[in-house]
Design a protein around this ligand. Structure first.
Ligand code: DGY
Length: 348
């Protein structure tokens, strides 16, 4: 698919992206826009080299692609100066290789914060109230009348939400859970989140003034403290060598038997084999997963676990956010081509 065939700069998008604003922005700035129409979901390095061709000024790519030495070398040979991931995470991008070949890298932070936090909140609730299990029960025609024990789950109010990684998304999630469900907060982050702490303190005072039990917050000295104390734990760290299998057999054993674990960050943060075993051994433990270790696959056994809610990496999938991500990705590439600032820029 080609727009503005006579444009001066050739910009390639490895996937069709929501909305038209990103295409119009590029066209207005004299770009020829080429969108890959290959049917397969995940493009190989070879597929992308073919897309880059002999002349390419910039590429908008996806988190499913391996942007390493080979692709940045190919882009640089084609005269390319800019690459943007249509994602906030850039663990699929070798920023050092991009630097080596003089390619600026962009990502799309900000526009997906609330949408992603909302999915983490949805998974927390779905796990707590066993919504997917109950939905399947209904559709299977098994409901034959109200019963006192039917799908009894957890009340979040007054319980403790644990956040590991209190950056933009982790903090937005924490606020939703504290304000929406009156949960106490414990968080672990290398940096102190004073804005989050101020928010919980002020909200606690508001509740107290209205005769309600105030909420509390605590900054944990270690991740284990969160794992031991929290009833719902949501993972929001970045994915790198230090966070690989951050949640493993030992850390799972540290959590409460009836805890809920939510992961909307990256799959390899959790040792999924250990998780499946833990879910088998602890039927009251529940998990809500948006991401998986070997996407698009799930580790054997996970699909059979009733105490797991699983969705296909859709945390940022609201129309507004996806159009915003596409627009930011286009602006990132344009920024480099036209010489104005790149929005998300990990290799600045
Ligand atoms: C990201 O942006 O990193 C998400 O995983 C997809 O939105």
């Amino acid at each position: 698919e080609v727009y503005n065939p006579n444009g001066k700069y050739r910009v390639v998008s490895t996937k069709s992206m929501p909305g038209t604003r990103w295409i119009n922005l590029l066209i207005e700035q004299d770009c020829r826009v080429e969108i890959c129409t290959q049917k397969k979901t995940i493009l190989s390095v070879e597929d992308i080299i073919a897309l880059i061709g002999d002349k390419c000024d910039g590429v908008i790519g996806q988190l499913t692609e391996d942007w390493g030495e080979t692709l940045f070398a190919a882009l640089s040979r084609a005269g390319g100066k800019a690459f943007s991931n249509m994602a906030v995470g850039y663990n699929n991008v070798d920023v050092n290789a991009a630097n080596k070949y003089g390619v600026a890298v962009g990502n799309t932070p900000g526009v997906l914060t609330e949408t992603t936090a909302e999915l983490a909140a949805s998974l927390s609730l779905a796990a707590a109230r066993r919504i997917v299990e109950a939905d399947q029960f209904m559709r299977a025609g098994l409901y034959d009348g109200w019963l006192p024990h039917l799908f009894v789950g957890n009340l979040l109010k007054g319980q403790t939400v644990g956040v590991i990684g209190a950056g933009r998304i982790g903090s937005a999630y924490a606020r939703m859970m504290v304000e929406g469900f009156k949960m106490n907060l414990i968080y672990y982050d290398l940096y102190q989140s004073t804005r989050l702490e101020k928010f919980v303190t002020a909200y606690g005072e508001f509740l107290k003034a209205n005769g309600e039990q105030p909420v509390t917050w605590k900054r944990a000295a270690s991740m284990d403290e969160v794992l031991q104390e929290a009833d719902v734990i949501s993972l929001h760290p970045i994915m790198d060598k230090t966070t690989y299998h951050l949640i493993n057999k030992n850390s799972l054993a540290t959590m409460k038997k009836e805890a809920i674990l939510v992961n909307c960050s990256r799959g390899p943060v959790v040792d999924e084999v250990a998780l499946v075993e833990h879910l088998k051994q602890n039927p009251m433990f529940r998990v809500g997963l948006d991401v998986f270790e070997d996407e698009p696959y799930m580790k054997p056994g996970l699909a059979d676990m009733k105490n797991a809610v699983v969705v296909p990496h859709i945390a940022s999938a609201s129309k507004w956010t996806r159009e915003g991500m596409a627009t930011l990705a286009a602006l990132n590439v344009l920024g480099k081509i036209k010489g104005y600032p790149v929005w998300g820029n990990p290799n600045r």
